[in-house]
Design a protein around this ligand. Structure first.
Ligand code: UDP
Ligand code: MN
Length: 256
């Protein structure tokens, strides 16, 4: 009985959503004892995601919660202005607090955005998390990677350009937590009201974690096993032109 990995993924409707979810689900299908908590940023569970999950062959929970309009990033905002996926991750945490039973086995929680790229070895690195495991993240912070600085097996600081003085200067993809921590710290959650780059650090602080609790993984934080990839927005500029030129555009019944 290996510990279960609970992956919490916020997701929102956009042209590229199904492509992202397809790639992520194919990664997760290779990991044993994994439960996917997919949380839609929406007022209702959408038919696209509902059907997608039914066909996925994964053990999953489908949740939804909308981000209030005033907390949504608009197309013209710089991407660091507001944190994304906050209420969705919190909904995942609430589901775990209601459903995770420590007497039926150990659990690990990982926050996996839908657009990142995950090496399968990452999941085995996090599986035996005692409190909090940490590792480098590639292609983030306008650097080749960001990483915890490790000395004699302990995290002593952060290799990041931006605000390395943050208590936990990590991207969301850079850590996993033991599920018991959620039960011990029943109020810990993500906040909508954090300053730039403070989301992860303030969450881990609310969990009552200290630097000393961090367990460096990925060969002493020297291996990149996750990449903060971002998908280019697809253009639809020929859709209208198609109609004008040929009198017929794409079939709305074909799901993309
Ligand atoms: N997300 C969301 N609602 C939004 C924007 C993003 O639920 O309005 C999700 C998104 O699907 C992803 C996570 O939040 O799983 C992080 O968003 P994104 O990848 O856009 O952030 P970035 O990579 O720019 O930090
Ligand atoms: Mn992303």
């Amino acid at each position: 009985n290996l510990p279960n990995i609970y992956v919490i993924t916020p997701t929102y409707a956009r042209l590229e959503q199904k492509a992202e979810l397809t790639r992520l689900s194919y990664t997760l299908q290779h990991v044993i004892n994994l439960h996917w908590i997919l949380v839609e940023d929406s007022y209702t569970k959408t038919p696209l995601v509902t059907r997608f999950l039914q066909k996925s062959r994964l053990s999953y929970t489908h949740l939804n919660v909308p981000t209030p309009e005033e907390y949504k990033l608009s197309d013209t905002d710089p991407n660091w202005l507001k944190p994304r996926g906050v209420l969705q991750r919190n909904a995942g945490l609430k589901w775990l607090r209601d459903n995770f039973n420590p007497s039926s086995g150990k659990g690990v929680v990982y926050f996996a955005d839908d657009d990142n790229t995950y090496d399968l070895h990452l999941f085995e690195e996090m599986r035996f998390t005692r409190k909090v495991t940490v590792w480098p993240v590639g292609l983030v912070g306008s650097l080749r990677y960001e990483k915890p600085i490790v000395q004699d097996g302990k995290v002593t600081g952060w290799y990041t350009f931006w605000r390395p003085e943050r208590t936990f200067a990590m991207d969301m993809a850079g850590f996993a937590i033991n599920a018991n921590l959620l039960l011990e710290q029943s109020e810990a959650k993500f906040s909508l009201h954090v300053k730039r780059g403070g989301l992860e650090s303030e969450f881990l602080t609310s969990l009552g974690v200290t630097l000393d609790d961090l367990e460096p993984k990925a060969n002493g934080c020297t291996k990149i096993l996750v990449w903060h990839t971002r998908t280019e927005k697809s253009s639809l500029k020929n859709e209208e032109k198609m109609v004008r030129k040929y009198g017929k555009g794409s079939d709305p019944m074909i799901e993309v």
